[in-house]
Design a protein around this ligand. Structure first.
Ligand code: SDX
Length: 432
């Protein structure tokens, strides 16, 4: 940690306070403001946490200006090309790439937890058949607490590790069951002779009536999508998991809260909204009017799949998915499918429009993942579920890191109060 400091002086009183500057390994340094309020009586204000570091972390690094994303120091481009989702799970959880022996042991541990308690299967019955699978995920994952809550000492590192393994292993099963329930088909038990991603595809699409052949191309595309969505620093859903976990809630409840946060169309729900937006646009000739709406400050409409809080350059995940998207569309001969023609034209127009260029609003991970998932036949209402499945390892890795901090405290932000000053109660007879 550097011994740099900054001094803040209150010009109305002349009082000053010297605040330490903390340096990370790479990326922006931070001003440690913990002494500010005791010294000068001021809180800091940062609606949306645009300039606030909420924690120290060793897991993921993002440089939004350079379009850099590192998992435990490894560039996302190299992991997407050379690694697997399960190996990335190990990397995010334990901090280094595994040896062959450790990977074999880790794979066995994860596959040992892929089944869910038979009682959990009954939870689905309470949902309407047309319930959004994300609504089912929030409920069923939260319900996992009732199966493990009493066998979980969150202060015990081994218990925390088993919970992390359980969540990573069971999410594909819970997710596939959510889809099967919504279409009235029977659930499939996991087949542990398959890898995590292949297992998910089989539980999603197999039926008891005929053999299901797993396409290696599809399995690899899904594995890369899982890798790209595995973690992303302190995004809204990860911050939700950390905040929920900071109250010492069990990890299943914390991850259920994260799923809820991810569902929003400004966050993980954007991939589903991209397709709905493209469907509404229809013919590319409507693109100019859509772009005009996206630029109109009086219109709440935003171009789904564009923009990012941190990336003011191309989202490196979007770059990888963009190449994959064009490859998949070409491979399945779908380039001339109207919806994809509209997507590619919208990308072209937005990337050349001054409004988007000035604000550095590039297509993000959700723009291309939405198109790829649609083109490979994933049902629209499962897009964000897949994001949640992939992000589970990031959530539990960040939760584990937080729970291991010696100075861990409950997260409890303050506020700028702009409501009524103190006033006395008036009986209803005297109110006008
Ligand atoms: C994810 O945080 C993460 O890391 C998230 C994520 C992850 O992996 O966890 O990367 C996943 O959530 C990706 C983002 C998916 N969401 C969308 O695609 C929804 C559409 N995007 C926007 O809602 C928006 O871009 C956000 C929410 C992503 C970012 O919002 P910010 O950082 O609060 O940006 P902003 O509102 O301050 O926008 C800056 C300007 C504004 O215009 P001005 O006030 O400067 O004139 O850009 C405009 C905004 O109006 N703008 C858009 C726009 N996004 C921003 N205008 C039109 N369309 C958009 N999509």
């Amino acid at each position: 940690m550097a011994n740099k400091t900054v001094t803040i002086t209150d010009n109305s009183t002349g009082k000053s306070v010297e605040l330490p500057v903390l340096d990370g390994t790479i990326g922006p340094s931070v001003i440690d403001i913990r002494k500010l309020y005791p010294a000068l009586g001021y809180l800091t204000y940062d609606s949306g946490f645009q300039s606030t570091a909420s924690c120290e972390s060793r897991i993921t690094f993002i440089d939004g200006d350079e379009g850099v994303l590192l998992y435990r120091g490894y560039p996302i481009e190299q992991l997407a090309e050379k690694s697997s989702y399960l190996e990335v799970c190990y990397l995010l959880l334990y901090g280094d790439l595994p040896t062959a022996a450790r990977m074999e042991e880790f794979k066995k541990n994860i596959l040992h937890h892929t089944m869910v308690h038979e009682g959990l299967r009954d939870f689905y019955q309470g949902f309407r058949r047309d319930a959004h699978p994300m609504a089912i995920m929030v409920g069923v994952v939260g319900a996992l607490s009732s199966f493990y809550h009493d066998s979980l000492d969150i202060h015990n590192p081994r218990h925390r590790e088993i919970s992390a393994h359980r969540l990573i292993a069971k999410m594909p099963t819970i997710a596939a069951n959510s889809y099967k329930y919504s279409i009235g088909q029977p659930f499939f038990y996991p087949d542990n002779s398959l890898g995590l991603t292949e297992n998910f595809l089989r539980m999603m699409f197999a039926t008891p009536c005929e053999p299901y052949e797993i396409s290696p191309t599809l399995a690899r595309a899904m594995d890369i999508i899982f890798i790209l969505h595995a973690d992303h620093e302190q995004n809204a859903s990860t911050s939700t998991v950390r905040l929920a976990g900071s109250s010492l809630a069990n990890p299943f409840a914390a991850v259920s809260a994260g799923i809820g946060a991810l569902w929003g169309p400004a966050h993980g729900g954007a991939n589903e909204e991209v397709i709905r937006m493209l469907d509404r646009i229809g013919d590319p000739k409507h693109i100019p009017s859509v772009i005009a709406r996206a630029k109109d400050k009086n219109d709440t409409f935003r171009l789904m799949g564009f923009g990012h809080r941190i990336y003011k350059n191309f989202d490196p995940r979007a770059q990888i998915l963009r190449d994959m998207c064009h490859r998949v569309l070409k491979e399945i001969g779908a380039e001339n499918v109207p919806l994809f023609e509209t997507a590619l034209e919208l990308e072209r127009v937005a990337l050349n429009d001054p409004y988007f260029v000035e604000r550095k609003l590039y297509p993000n991970v959700d723009f291309y993942s939405g198109i790829i998932l649609k083109s490979i036949g994933i049902p629209l209402n499962m897009f964000t579920v897949i994001f949640a499945m992939a992000r589970t390892v990031g959530w539990v890795a960040q939760w584990t890191e937080m729970m291991g901090e010696p100075d861990r405290r409950i997260g409890r932000p303050r506020q700028l109060y702009v409501g009524s000053s103190r006033r006395d109660y008036v009986s209803i007879r005297e109110r006008s």
